[in-house]
Design a protein around this ligand. Structure first.
Ligand SMILES: COc1ccc([C@@H]2N[C@@H](C)[C@@H](O)[C@H]2O)cc1
Length: 447
């Protein structure tokens, strides 16, 4: 190992109450909302094929045109109470909101910038009412903050000259001021979700990002900050030069999910997912594959089964309303969560050998292990293998409440018989798996 001043300062997961709460949420909502929703991926009759929130970088979108969009920001349909209600109905336990994306436009009236809602026809703070409405629904709020700031004259991708270094020094003070401002204005927020930290200018100052993380924790003990904020003094990101995770959870799973527990090494982690293939901000024309509720539910089950949170992204329109597809998906997912949320909330890695039918999720450290069946077997039988020294005590349909006919077929193997009917969503079975040699009821039948 190399000796590091600014690498990971902790090994193993945080065990404090704030982290336990974050870890138990399992389902979150991401919201990307900003000026990019005004063009919505189109400009002068041309369609931008990249991610809508990156339209300013498109050669067909003159910077001057983009940088004047704020004069049109006036979301008459913005209703944070409605947004929070919709998130509650979906079953989201936390929400991540873009306070400032790469374009540098602030959804709160920052006193450190002119490029904020205060300069728009809307004038009013967007973030405050949103935090209040979500908290009122019992949903925690995490603030997305982009270090990259295309609007700020002192932002730099890399530091080539003395002037660059002086300017970027001013920029880092600006970043620190805005973050303190956000924590002061919105003290109930639970964390920051940093983005835009891949530039040389940021990566080469591991000391600053380390001090910034500690500064924020000192202002707001218990704050949850992912691995994307920092680089160590050798420029290593997410994992320091000794391979140890920085921050409070692995924040690298964006539009992709781990396959097995070795991919996440039992660390806390979070996956963030778009509904279309690659759009975070509102794009008027979704193309490619649009994920269905069942696909998103399966991703949620996979994430919980591997000890991670799953955050589904929504991109409200410029007028502050949601597109129909997003409203429908939120409702469908909420429908499933109403019946099956017990298998997800507070769930984690079960330690059972994964089978083809779907995912095991253990409720905390209890004997309760849920099976989220996503692939209905043609045979009608679900194979369950219990680790040695443990035994299956019972198997019950979560929604039906009925026992599942179970046969022991080997030392620690069982076949559960699935009712022969049409399934239009993943179905959940609740197992009680006892540790220790105590023989389960199924085993008595054998001897
Ligand atoms: C491939 O480069 C990027 C850069 C930024 C992103 C941003 N992270 C997501 C959470 C969105 O905010 C997207 O704009 C995605 C891909």
């Amino acid at each position: 190992t190399v000796s590091l001043q600014h690498g990971a300062h902790r090994s193993g997961n945080r065990t404090d109450a704030d982290m336990e709460r974050w870890r138990s949420h399992r389902l979150g909502q991401f919201i990307h909302w900003g000026l990019y929703a005004i063009p919505g991926g189109e400009w002068n009759g041309k369609v931008y094929n990249g991610a809508a929130e990156w339209i300013r970088s498109w050669k067909e979108m003159p910077h001057e045109a983009y940088d004047n969009l704020y004069k049109q920001f006036n979301p008459a349909g913005y209703n944070p109470q409605q947004w929070a209600r919709q998130a509650k109905d979906m079953g989201a336990r936390y929400m991540i909101i873009t306070t400032k994306h790469h374009d540098g436009f602030c959804l709160w009236p920052s006193k450190y910038s002119k490029y904020t809602v205060a300069s728009t026809p809307w004038k009013k703070d967007i973030i405050g009412p949103m935090v209040e409405a979500y908290n009122k629904e019992g949903i925690d709020v995490v603030l997305y903050f982009s270090i990259i700031d295309w609007n700020h004259p002192d932002w730099r991708t890399s530091l080539k000259t003395k002037e660059d270094t002086v300017a970027y020094g001013r920029f880092k003070v600006f970043v620190k001021n805005q973050l303190k401002e956000l924590l002061t204005k919105y003290p109930t927020v639970k964390g920051f979700w940093f983005d835009g930290t891949w530039d040389e200018s940021w990566k080469t100052d591991g000391a600053f990002s380390d001090e910034l993380e500690q500064y924020l924790q000192s202002l707001h003990p218990g704050l949850i900050i992912g691995s994307r904020l920092r680089a160590d003094e050798k420029g290593a990101r997410h994992f320091d030069s000794n391979g140890r995770l920085m921050g409070d959870y692995e924040q690298g799973w964006e539009r992709k999910l781990p396959e097995k527990i070795e991919d996440v090494h039992h660390n806390d982690w979070e996956g963030v997912m778009t509904i279309p293939e690659n759009q975070w901000g509102y794009h008027a024309r979704w193309t490619g594959h649009i994920k269905t509720a069942n696909e998103l539910i399966e991703m949620l089950a996979r994430s919980a089964s591997l000890g991670g949170n799953f955050v589904i992204n929504f991109g409200p329109k410029a007028d502050g309303t949601y597109r129909a597809e997003e409203q429908q998906l939120a409702a469908q997912i909420g429908q499933w969560m109403k019946t099956n949320g017990a298998a997800i909330y507070g769930g984690g890695y079960a330690g059972l050998e994964k089978q083809d039918w779907g995912y095991y999720i253990r409720k905390g450290n209890t004997d309760t292990v849920y099976m989220v069946v996503c692939n209905i077997p043609v045979s009608g039988y679900l194979r369950v293998k219990i680790p040695p020294q443990q035994s299956l005590q019972s198997a019950t349909g979560l929604e039906s409440g009925q026992p599942i006919p179970t046969t022991q077929t080997g030392r620690n193997e069982y076949l559960l018989q699935l009712e022969n009917k049409k399934y239009d969503a993943p179905v959940v079975i609740q197992l009680e798996v006892k540790k220790g040699k105590e023989r389960g009821e199924f085993e008595k039948a054998r001897t």
